[in-house]
Design a protein around this ligand. Structure first.
Ligand SMILES: Nc1ncnc2c1ncn2[C@@H]1O[C@H](COP(=O)(O)OP(=O)(O)OP(=O)(O)O)[C@@H](O)[C@H]1O
Length: 309
């Protein structure tokens, strides 16, 4: 966990939280720098939502310290909420108001300048113009999610806390929301902490990943560092008519599996890939190459296995 403290805008030190007798978060250390998009990963019940609620000052921690832009969420939650946006499962919308009325109401609460222009922009961005006068209670899950995001962005927050922001969205909705979040982050430098179970969605937008397991953060690093630390062998599948059968080798690389023209090899590291390809390409074309075990999901399971013994 070598993460710089100099620009940290979220700084969490030895934080614990109990519900009754149950210790939900244990001695959490965590930091986030300005402009980062951090994926917070962990199985059901690991404590992700609890962690986000602590950071946002919705509930208080029992021990340790938390600083968000220098504010303590336990005592200065209002200051933090002025600077942050949060999207949770429920999104906190008023179902008896229309989409537009919801945004109008919260924009008033957050004292948003130039309310109308901001609301128009967000309704347009999240493709809700057509539905703006319908009651939010009659929105589909995906529309509620998008309205919740628009609400969270009304006051141009410096930090966004997102708990499963793509739940209930269709593939197009997921792509739209993730690409908008990335764009918003690049344009504004907003720090984003995002919980999700759908690891492949996070892979493309996060700058680092924190793994929460049974109330502890067991790893936090950028993807390339996680790859270097946890992926000790590469599995690649090549599409080619190259004649080789399982257990046979080429240049010392063993063929593990062959399914039609898809041939799978185990390699030691990335540098082996061009060596293998060069050898095959001497006599046969290669139509595709897929590296199978370097994705976030594989890394996630390596980390969990390591932690569970
Ligand atoms: N208000 C509460 N009172 C008592 N226990 C709670 C409360 N909120 C959460 N918990 C417990 O805290 C633990 C962590 O819950 P939390 O919702 O933070 O996990 P999570 O990682 O977000 O899970 P999921 O992925 O299922 O949303 C669970 O055991 C849960 O039952």
């Amino acid at each position: 966990m070598e993460r710089g403290a100099a620009l940290a805008i979220i700084s969490v030190s030895k934080v614990s939280k109990r519900y009754g007798n149950e210790l939900i978060l244990k001695d959490i250390n965590f930091s986030a720098n300005e402009g980062e998009i951090i994926g917070l990963l962990g199985p059901n019940g690991a404590g992700k939502t609890t962690f986000i609620r602590l950071l946002n000052g919705v509930i208080n921690h029992d021990t340790g310290s938390i600083s968000i832009f220098g504010f303590n969420p336990a005592t200065e939650g209002d200051e933090i909420r002025k600077l942050s946006g949060i999207v949770t499962e429920s999104a906190g919308l008023y179902h008896q108001m229309s989409g537009r009325e919801n945004l109008n109401f919260f924009a008033g609460l957050y004292k948003v300048k130039d309310k109308k222009a901001q609301i128009d922009k967000l309704l347009n961005l999240f493709d809700l113009e057509e539905h703006q006068h319908k009651l939010a209670g009659a929105y589909s899950t995906g529309m509620k999610k998008r309205l919740g995001l628009a609400k969270a962005l009304l006051h141009n927050p410096k930090i966004l806390f997102l708990d499963e922001p793509t739940n209930g969205l269709d593939p197009e909705g997921i792509r739209m929301v993730l690409s908008y979040l990335k764009k918003y982050n690049q344009e504004t430098g907003t720090t984003i902490l995002i919980c999700s179970h759908v690891l492949h969605q996070l892979e493309t937008i996060c700058t680092s990943f924190a793994f929460l397991e049974s109330g502890s953060i067991i790893e936090h690093a950028p993807l390339h560092k996680l790859e270097a630390a946890y992926i000790k062998e590469l599995t690649i599948t090549i599409e080619s008519n190259f004649p080789i059968e399982p257990t046979h080798t080429i240049k010392g690389f063993q063929c593990m599996r062959r399914r039609g023209s898809y041939i799978t090899f185990k390699l030691h590291n990335k540098e082996d890939i061009p060596i293998l390809l060069k050898e095959i390409l001497k006599s046969y074309p290669v139509y595709s190459v897929i590296q199978e075990n370097n994705n976030l999901e594989s890394i996630y399971f390596h980390i969990r296995e390591g932690n569970n013994g």
